[in-house]
Every structure is written in C-alpha cells, then in structure tokens.
Ligand binder design. Sequence first.
Ligand code: CA
Length: 455
Amino acid sequence: MSSDDDRYKIVSVEANGAVAPTNAENVLDDNPSTRMSVEGIGTALLAEISGNNVKVNSIWIKWYEGNKRTNDFEILASEDKQTYNQVFRGKSTGKTLDFEKYKIPETSAKYYKIVFKGNSINKWFSITELVISPLQGEIEEKILEPQGQLDENGVLMIFSSDPEGFSWSMKGDLNNDSNLKLDIDGRAEKVSDNTWAVKGRRGSLAGGREQLTCRLNIHGSNKSESFKNHEELRRREWMTDPILDIGDQETTIFYKLEGFKNMNETVAKKIRGGSHSSGNNAFKSACVGLLLTFNEGDDKLFEKELFHPRTPKIKVNKLFNYSNILDRWIGDKITSLRQPDGSVINTQYIDTDPFDLDGKPKNNWKKVFEYIDKGKDVVNWKGRYSTIRVDDNPEGQCKVTFKFFSVRSIKNISSSPPPTTTPRLGEELSSSSFSSPTEEEIFTESFDECMDDNN
Ligand SMILES: [Ca+2]
C-alpha cells in the first residue's frame, strides 16, 4: 500500500434531508452521542474515502438505539459516484450500541452508499458512527482478542496459572466454601449447577444514608495482617502469607445485575488488600480496585485505597466503550501483573455477549483499560483478599446472579503476552488526593467490613 493508502479515511459524507443537529458529519466525530438522522425508506448516507485504489472489505456501523432497533439496509459501492454495485444486504442485530462489522467482498471503490430499508421501530434512518476501513479487522484482532488456554468451564485464561500460588473457582455449595466470604443479605441461592444468586445487604453510610451492598470476598490465607506501613509491604511483597496471599492474578466472573436503582454505581474488583475495620493497621490495609461503571460515561475506573476509607478514583484511558451492563449477562475479567521494576499492570476486560446458545463462554473479551500502577504509592504486594463488590440504593433490589467465578494466581509468560495497546501511565497520587473523601467514600466501621473476615 502507498503511504496515501495508509492514511486514508472517510473524507466526506452526505445524506439528503439530514440537517443539524442530526447532520451526516455526526457519523465521523467519534462520539456515539451524536447521530445522523433522516426519515424515510430509501434514504441514504453516502461516504467518500480518501486515497486511490484502497482495498476495503468491511464497513463498521454504530446504529442509533442499535440495542433496540433492527435496521434493514443495503450497502452499495461505486468507483465514479455514478454506477453502484450492491456489496451488502442485511440487517443489524438490534442488540448493541457498539460497532457492528459488515463484511463485504473486497473492493477498491471510492464511494459507499448505505441505503435504509426500514427498521423494527419507525422510519428513521439513524447512525451514530461509521468507519470504512480495511485495517479495522487487523486492529480488532490485535487489540480485542486476547489469547490463552481455556479453563474447565471454557473460560479463556489470558495468563497461565501459577502452580505454586493460590487458586480458587466456584464449585459446590457457595454457602460452605472456606475460601469465600459472602457479605450479602442472607444466604446465596442456587439457581442451577454452576449458577448462584445473591442480594445486597443493608448498611449505613457515615452521613446517615442507607444503602445496599453485595460483596464476594475470596481470601487466600486466614492469617491476620501484621505490618506497620506500606513500605514494609512493598519490601516484603506479601501481607499475611507468602504463598496464600493473592498478588498477580486473573480474576473472572460472569454476572447479571438486576433491580438496581443507583445508576452511578460500579462493579469493583478490589485486589491486593486486607482487613481494614479493626486493629492498628486497619487504616493502612490498602487495596486497588478496577471498576466497570453501570453506564458508559465515567472514565475514573481505577481506584486506590491506601488509607481506608478514602478511595480516590483515577482516570484511565478507555479503550472500549461498552454500553449499559445492567439486566444482561456480562463477563468481567481483570488481570494484575507485577513487572520486574515493581510497577503493576492492571487490566480490565469485558465480554458484553458472553454465552453461546449452550451457555458456554464465547470469550469475546475486550480490553476496557490498562492502568500501570507505579511510583511511590504503588500497590504491588500480595494481599489477603480479592473482592467483587457492588452497591445500590436501599430502594433497589441489588440482585446479582453469577457463574464461572474464579481467582487464579498467574505467571507472566513472556512467550504468550496479552494483547498490547498503549497504556496510560500511572499517575502518582498526591497527598491532597486523600484529604477530602466524599460521603460515599466513608462508611461507618460496622458497615464497612469489605475485607474483614469477621473472625
Ligand atoms: Ca457521532
């Protein structure tokens, strides 16, 4: 390919009848909240790409309300803007707000016309984003398809297990699992052989408001913490036990969140931490958290709790925009891996369409962010607990149905690295980060036993 080809892109779009604020250019602004919209069967969006003789084999479209409407459409290609050939005829899935990829026979056409044939709801032809690129397929494979072996449930293991480290996966009666502390309302309810459901328990915030919380704590060791400061933990590299504490790990859970009322909440995976509601070291028992927000939007998805209960959240470079994660099955996977220089690469993955018709994992893992924790406040030791936590308003149901939950100590195998992208480097936390916690960050002692085993 010539250098022209390498840099080619959509140079212009037009759609008769599409006027501001829903004009055609809105499909090119890389912003899913703006759209091109025009009414009527047979209306069309025409795109011209730069460069000459560029080979195209796929068209990527984000549809407006793409998770609610099925759109019927065709794609025509032309070299001269006069004679068009049909290269695609079909429907969108009606299941996603994300890009859908439509494969077309390889062509070197310069003009691409998407012709609307109707949708399942109304007569509006509405697209939020359009990409025409032969490179997208390659980019997708590099960034979005992690490699690895499958575990016994068919779940992708991006990293190999460390045979000498702690490993756990859900099986048997979850109410009687010595490594699992359920901090929920009542007992876990068995839904089927490997699927369980729990509900959040009630608790009080320091400000007096109540909320529901649901926490699944996997603990490696049963020993209590004995350290004086974070420097000691960094030097020693473990919190209570050099083998059973959980440091480098791949933690995976598939869940369906139902009946939630607080749309600003997150699913937090809190790792490398310990107990923090009692004892002299309680306030120092740091952990870090990797978050998925319920709704797309916030990109403060890494949190660091060095001094409980203050939990400053840190912005990450979001690589994949999932939409709402409520009321449907979601695969949630994190990996955390210490590097030789002491920094830690923490990575969040999501699978928004996790199961095939037989309920087996499809392993469509997409990287949401990668955050390198480093500097003087790095949390790089092994901790007692790995926790999945989700909260809700007291009016909510806070119901979590889950399966294939596992926590595995991992080894960094250099021959099979995870997909790489440009990570955002860890920002060092200034002391002011800890000075003014919000009400949400402060829980009463009796309520916040997130990582306390109550012994
Ligand atoms: Ca847009």
